[in-house]
Design a protein around this ligand. Structure first.
Ligand code: LLP
Length: 431
């Protein structure tokens, strides 16, 4: 019943049939902390990071850089900082969040297709490790900002390999018709590498690409590795610069439901590393991985209270809960398909198919279109697994619903790492 692939490590049903995450009863937690509530299990995050290191151990040197956008809460991100990961930030805000969580700025990469001069200045002041340049315009602006520095700023160039990955169109980033990266095809990427190499105080140490997210196909990653190797060779030929770092982005899918396809981490590691390791000039380059979802997704469970049930005869049964698209926009935005369990009846067999409806005023606010459950009743606690990535991170106050509380379970102890928002919090900045 409890598929270990989609729930946090060691999730179980106790004698009363209550779901336990990290040893803690989710029904009790919902009673105590209220709902909607996100619960993260620290051990699952540590284990996901360990698995990355183990899978890539034969392919060193490698750095795991947490894409903090997946969940930037200090309580979550600091687990990865303590585990020795680097951080990858998509904005000044994320760079500051990473610093707050314990990542050294020098071990942080700053991405973004529209970094403002203020963001770039602040990043330089903070001593960010790598600025990942995205576009010729950014080279021009950086040239001015670094002109008077004593030491060169190490940078990567983000490139676009022209690879369409097997995911929702909103989640593809490696195609040519993308706002991200300089296309390799046609020579833009090479031309920008030349421009960087010719800029005083910018040190081109690497190239970077990110294919997209929630990807299942090893082959696409092999193509990415090959494309980056070919470009790196061209860069060396054209500029004399030997690249020391290759950033391959993140993107590894996690299963949201039991039957979802997964890409085995070892197969992913081979696909992305082999083309790079096989190249004599790049073989010793540090491979930078930027997982977000696959580090924190499985660790997070969304916990709701059932408000009521509406049976539309001959059509569908809607089970309404006290959260929805404001705390998890992913079903509405990407057709993400989750599953759920009743936390108080985790061992009971399913008796019917229902939809889980959110409380937001939108027809599209269905957390789940179809899930088989023991008939849910008002007051039941409903838990959605694999909800740790990009849910809280993209939460909004639509309909003026306060955003959920977030708890972390570590070593049997529960800590609230983000208080539940209040209505006053929502109004605070209005004048
Ligand atoms: N590196 C870069 C440059 C990225 O843009 C991203 C994600 C990652 C790494 C991490 O990818 P991951 O390992 O998490 O797949 N809101 C969407 C996800 C957007 C991801 C954007 N970039 C969602 O909910 O699925």
């Amino acid at each position: 019943m409890i598929d270990p692939a989609i729930w946090p490590l060691g999730t179980s049903a106790d004698r009363r049939g209550h779901l336990r995450v990290g040893g803690v009863d989710l029904v009790g937690l919902a009673d105590r902390l209220g709902t909607p509530l996100y619960v993260y299990d620290a051990a699952t995050i540590r284990e996901a990071h360990r698995r990355y290191l183990a899978a890539f151990a034969p392919m060193r040197p490698v750095r795991v850089s947490y894409a903090i956008k997946a969940c930037a809460l200090r309580g979550v991100a600091s687990i990865l900082a303590r585990a020795g990961a680097d951080a990858s930030a998509a904005s000044l805000g994320e760079l500051l969040a990473a610093k707050r969580a314990g990542f050294l700025p020098a071990r942080t990469q700053l991405h973004g297709n529209a970094k403002t001069d203020d963001e770039l200045r602040a990043a330089l002041r903070l001593g960010v490790g790598r600025i990942v340049i995205d576009g010729a315009d950014e080279i021009d602006r950086l040239r001015v900002l670094v002109a008077r520095r004593a030491r060169p700023q190490p940078v990567w160039l983000r490139v676009s390999p022209g690879i369409a990955a097997d995911t929702h169109p909103h989640l593809q980033t490696g195609t040519l018709d993308s706002k991200f990266g300089a296309p390799i095809a046609g020579g833009d990427a090479l031309a920008q590498c030349r421009a960087i190499a010719a800029t005083k105080n910018l040190s081109l140490v690497g190239i970077h690409a990110h294919l997209g997210t929630q990807l299942h196909e090893a082959e696409r990653y092999r193509e990415l590795g090959e494309a980056l190797v070919a470009l790196a060779r061209d860069v060396t030929r054209a500029t004399g610069v030997r690249l020391k770092e290759i950033g391959v982005g993140g993107g590894l899918a996690i299963p949201l439901r039991s039957d979802d396809p997964v890409l085995d981490l070892a197969a992913y590691a081979r696909a992305i590393s082999e083309p790079i390791r096989a190249d004599e000039t790049l073989g010793k380059a540090v491979l930078y991985l930027e997982p977000g979802r696959s580090l924190v997704g499985r660790a997070g469970v969304a916990v709701y209270r059932v408000i009521g049930t509406k049976r539309v005869t001959g059509v569908r049964t809607f089970v309404s809960v006290d959260g929805g698209m404001g705390d998890n926009i992913r079903p509405a935005l990407y057709d993400a398909t989750y599953t759920a369990a009743l936390a108080g009846r985790a061992a009971a067999a399913p008796t019917e198919h229902v939809a889980i409806a959110g409380k937001y005023c939108e027809s599209g606010d269905l957390l789940i279109r179809d899930v088989a459950l023991p008939t849910p009743e008002r007051g039941d606690v409903l838990a959605i697994p694999a909800a740790g990535a990009y849910s809280v991170a993209m939460a909004s106050n639509y309909n003026h619903h306060p955003r959920p509380a977030v708890a972390l379970i570590d070593d049997g102890r529960t800590k609230v790492i983000r208080k539940r928002e209040t209505h006053a919090d929502i109004w605070r900045l209005e004048r």
